[in-house]
Design a binder for this molecule. Structure first.
Ligand SMILES: Nc1ncnc2c1ncn2[C@@H]1O[C@H](COP(=O)(O)OP(=O)(O)OP(=O)(O)O)[C@@H](O)[C@H]1O
Ligand SMILES: [Mg+2]
Length: 241
């Protein structure tokens, strides 16, 4: 428990972060460290605060208290746009695409390159997730799984150093799931860092180097998958009620 997976300084640290919605303490004094060049997983039952934590870490929601530090910079109060420009990219549990824009335009519009370069990059990324044949379809007309894939590759248009994925495998078929995993491994090889949440426990155990387990907004366990798998509080949180 609480052994760091590397001795390197964390790329991002969350310190005592809290967020309440009315009577719900969605995130409760959470502290965690994200090791560089690794995959850190955040797991926990429905409603345990995973998405809220991601939102607090990326400027999408405002923390009541606590701090988020990215590469030495306090980003707790920065806008999501500023945070993205510092190098944190993310996807959403419910995708946030431009519904009335084509698949390829959804990618081109976030690029910081000239149009020709952006289109070339976008076309390559669409092919990577087998979406080339729907490049000119409105995003809103794509299936749920296709929309997840589109948002996944949109991340790569801005080349973030830290990538946060909120349930990337939901609705995605097994073949594409494998392709997403291969892509994530390629990102790691390129020196990027990944934070991930998903309910696909077998995949999380397979690919994460380090896991944090949330329950009612609190971290109830932290460690490598081999340790988390046998943790009684984790079993209790998932199956005990
Ligand atoms: N905008 C909001 N307003 C009010 N309550 C919210 C809001 N967002 C989240 N909550 C509540 O905060 C708690 C944590 O929700 P959150 O979506 O972060 O959980 P989660 O772990 O991502 O769940 P899931 O696995 O279902 O995606 C839940 O009780 C949820 O109902
Ligand atoms: Mg969620």
């Amino acid at each position: 428990m609480d052994q760091p997976v590397t001795n390197e300084a964390p790329v991002l640290s969350v310190d005592d972060l809290s967020k309440r919605f009315g009577g719900v303490q969605a995130v409760d004094k959470v502290s965690l460290d994200i090791a560089p060049g690794r995959i850190t997983g955040v797991i926990g039952p429905n409603g345990s605060g995973k998405s809220t934590l991601f939102n607090l870490m990326t400027g999408v929601a405002r923390a009541d208290s606590g701090a988020v530090t990215f590469q030495g910079t306090d980003i707790t109060r920065l806008s999501s746009d500023r945070i993205n420009r510092l190098g944190i990219g993310r996807t959403f549990q419910l995708t946030r695409l431009f519904g009335k824009m084509s698949a390829i335009e959804n990618l081109v519009v976030v690029s910081r390159h000239d149009r020709a370069t952006a289109e070339r990059n976008a076309a390559e990324l669409l092919d990577l997730v087998s979406l080339g044949h729907v490049r000119d379809e409105y995003a809103e007309n794509l299936s749920y799984g296709q929309q997840k894939l589109l948002e996944f590759v949109r991340l790569m248009m801005t080349d973030p150093s830290l990538i946060m994925l909120d349930e990337p495998f939901a609705g995605v078929n097994p073949i594409m799931e494998r392709r997403l995993l291969d892509t994530m491994r390629a990102w790691l090889d390129a020196g990027k860092t990944i934070v991930l949440t998903d309910h696909e426990m077998a995949i999380m155990m397979e690919i994460c180097d380090d896991l944090y387990v949330l329950d009612y907004g609190e971290v109830i366990a932290h460690g490598p998958p081999a340790v988390i798998r046998d943790d009684e509080r984790v079993m209790e949180a998932y199956f005990g009620r």
